[in-house]
Design a protein around this ligand. Structure first.
Ligand code: FUB
Length: 321
């Protein structure tokens, strides 16, 4: 019996990675997305497969890792890849995930096979570690649905947020930040696409929420300028009005992108992001890292330096192992 359990564990989970920043060597990973579920933190990443000296992103799949303590990470492999979306042809770029009604909804950037440009797809699974299947059989957002710019990659980087009242929102974009409500089925937009004018916005919009002094505070973080730094706004609702709050993480030295996800786990607050600090790293060979931080009393976020040590151990008693 014991042997069977060990074998099952070995088949479902890969090697454990002990944390120091950046994470997950020897894999190059990017664009973190985070879900805390069952007392465990699940960290989704894209995988950079470019060769040394490569001149573009080579990204075919998303990976998922999990931890009960922010220090030891279990590698769960590849829960989905570009081929999960039959209508897509390439480029497994940034993603985000949310749980609703016991299902896990994964929104991701891909390049569309027939509608020129990038698109956003949605996949669904009964487990955070997959496998995921295409939830629509078609793209949720295509490049021809937005006309504010004529660039092919302005519909990338979905950030999904489910509010306590059951309304879900999708934020996305490059150069122009857009958002829309999602229907309760999580596979259709519920109303028009809205544009949010944010000065110097580049990409990676991400919404999270906390209670501050008994009131809800919404945080909309994103990458600004290029090379990118991480900045954020706060507001009293998922649609604002927004107050600019400044920079929380400085630009990277070895890659112009940074792409954050911000979350709480077991009573502490964290930001996941990528740099290119693994040996052999570079613009197209990035690495996900995590920092712990504390909000100020008024709910604002501090400037968060990147470290090589990463978070301290934070073992969760609630973690389903
Ligand atoms: O990883 C490809 C792209 O680079 C992402 O979609 C952006 O957020 C940037 O990290």
């Amino acid at each position: 019996m014991f042997k069977k359990l060990l074998l099952a564990a070995a088949l479902t989970c890969g090697a454990a990675h002990a944390a120091t920043n950046p994470l997950f060597a020897p894999l190059y990973t990017a664009d973190p997305a985070v879900l805390v579920d069952g007392g465990r933190v699940y960290l989704f990443t894209g995988r950079d497969e470019a060769q040394p000296g490569g001149k573009d992103f080579v990204m075919h799949e998303w990976r998922v890792f999990s931890s009960c303590d922010m220090v030891t990470w279990q590698d769960h492999g590849v829960p989905l890849n570009v081929k999960t979306f039959a209508w897509a042809k390439a480029r497994a770029w940034a993603s985000d995930i949310v749980k609703r009604d016991g299902k896990y909804w994964f929104y991701s950037t891909v390049e569309h096979a027939t509608v020129p440009g990038f698109a956003v797809g949605v996949a669904v699974s009964d487990s955070p570690t997959g496998p995921f299947k295409d939830a629509r059989g078609s793209a949720l957002i295509t490049n021809d649905m937005t006309t504010q710019t004529d660039i092919a990659w302005d519909d990338i980087d979905p950030g999904v947020f489910l509010d306590d009242d059951g309304q879900a929102y999708l934020y996305w974009g490059n150069t122009v930040l857009k958002y829309a409500k999602l229907k309760a089925n999580m596979t259709e937009l519920d109303g028009p696409i809205q544009v949010l004018p944010v000065k110097d916005f580049v990409e990676a919009p991400y919404l999270h929420k906390r209670k501050v002094g008994g009131k809800a505070m919404y945080y909309l973080s994103y990458s600004e300028f290029f090379p990118e730094q991480t900045a954020y706004l706060t507001g009293p609702s998922p649609t604002g009005p927004w107050t600019p709050r400044g920079v929380i993480m400085a630009k990277n030295l070895k890659t112009p992108t940074i792409h954050q996800a911000i979350f709480d786990f077991n009573g502490k607050s964290y930001i996941a992001y990528h740099n290119a600090e693994l040996p052999g790293g570079g613009e197209y060979r990035r690495s996900v890292a995590i920092e712990e931080f504390e909000y100020r009393e008024d709910g604002t976020m501090p400037f968060i330096p990147q470290t090589k040590t990463g978070p301290r151990a934070n073992p969760s008693a609630a973690c389903k192992r």
